[in-house]
Design a protein around this ligand. Structure first.
Ligand code: COA
Length: 350
């Protein structure tokens, strides 16, 4: 018989083992190695994890985080659903359905307006499951992945690390303006913004200024949360990996992921720039971050971004791989609009 309960620290090893039994994706097949299963949840102010057990063995898990987000101008309470896994030997027995029910009951008890999740395109099982549970696709997003190869020249721009309250306040002000009309944007005070970024093991908030223009990008080192192991790749990437192995000693060629290897990646988040001069400054910032990544032995930079975001065009041009996915939502109250505009993607959610 399946028993559901809220998870605690004592479940960490069982949950990390469960994760290792649950590869994700079809073309790009990945496994997440997690020392602290709860590290991801610790980035949120309020998160819950439920486990499903059969005869004392943990066979399924789900997590959810409550947060306030903007949706078409109104602030609503959202429940982000993540880390849904069921051990392969226990699938198609309704366990994931029961886990989703548990987080939905909790959400309704806490007057949450809607639930949402992200699903990468080739992951059909969770999409079918959530659609069956009443979720629907609301918007698509992209994950441009920039492979790191060599250092780039950063021209005339001085890139700074925002550390003081004053600098952080300036970044937060630019981002509030940039994402003013984006769904899911979290408008918060500078202090709250600072706290949120500090809680996230961020590698730093970087910005560049010049001639009245401004651009910013922040970095999250996800290897502090999990290591990504590559179980399988599409043939195109396998060929590129082979080519890279031959060419790299002689020429600059991006480091392509290999089957059996691990990927060290930095997530870029809170990207934004002013209309005037901003695009040039943003390009320079990306070159600067590229150089930092070379120094730190990082394989690639990833950014989850709405394709309508002006920064998308720039990131996409530099990217070798562009996975796509869907934002899937379910309203619990009448305040939730049916259509949503361009989306701000919270890096903690990915
Ligand atoms: C997705 C996952 C959690 C589903 O767990 P599960 O316990 O097997 O799901 P359920 O038994 O509750 O399935 C409910 C419904 O979802 C759909 N579904 C589940 N797995 C499916 C699959 N492999 N293919 C197609 N539909 C599927 C079906 O409609 C199913 O109803 P049915 O069995 O009556 O046809 C599990 O496959 C898993 O852990 N996958 C790997 C991790 C992952 O991808 N997590 C999601 C990240 S976004």
């Amino acid at each position: 018989m399946i028993n559901l309960r809220e998870a605690g620290c004592a479940d960490n090893q069982a949950l990390s083992d469960l994760e290792m039994a649950c590869p994700q994706g079809k073309d790009v097949k990945l496994l997440l190695e997690r020392e602290d299963f709860f590290a991801r949840s610790k980035m949120y102010e309020r998160a819950h994890t439920f486990v499903a057990e059969e005869e004392g063995k943990v066979v399924g898990v789900i997590s959810c985080a409550f947060k306030d987000v903007n949706l078409n101008g109104a602030t609503l309470k959202a429940n982000y659903i993540y880390d849904l896994r069921v051990h392969p030997d226990f699938r198609r027995r309704g366990i994931a359905t029961k886990l989703v029910d548990a987080v939905e009951i909790l959400a309704r008890e806490n007057s949450v307006d809607f639930g949402y999740g992200f699903i990468v395109d080739d992951n059909t099982a969770p999409r079918k499951l959530l659609v069956k549970k009443g979720f629907s696709v609301k918007r698509r997003f992209e994950l441009p992945t920039i492979q790191i190869s060599r250092k780039r020249k950063v021209q005339k721009v001085e890139v700074k690390l925002a550390q003081s309250r004053e600098n952080i306040a300036r970044v937060s002000e630019v981002l509030s303006e940039y994402y003013r009309n984006y769904s899911f944007f979290i408008s918060e005070s500078e202090d709250k913004y600072f706290d949120r970024v500090s809680k996230m093991n961020s590698e730093g908030v970087f910005y560049a200024e010049g001639d009245g223009g401004f651009a910013t990008v922040s970095i999250l080192d996800y290897s502090k949360i999990f290591n990504i192991c590559v179980l399988d790749l599409p043939i195109t990437l396998k060929l590129m990996g082979f080519l890279s192995y031959i060419i790299r000693p002689f020429l600059s060629f991006p480091n392509v992921p290999k089957k059996g290897g691990t990927i060290k990646q930095w997530y870029l988040f809170d990207v934004g720039f002013s209309e005037k001069e901003g695009e040039f400054l943003f390009q320079e910032l990306l070159d600067y971050v590229n150089n930092l990544a070379v120094d730190k032995g990082i394989d690639c930079l990833v950014c989850a971004i709405d394709t309508g975001n002006p920064a998308h065009k720039i990131l996409s041009k530099r990217a070798l791989v562009k996975l796509q996915g869907e934002i899937i939502m379910k309203p619990y109250t009448k305040s939730v609009p049916n259509k949503i505009t361009k989306v701000y993607l919270d890096v903690r959610d990915l």
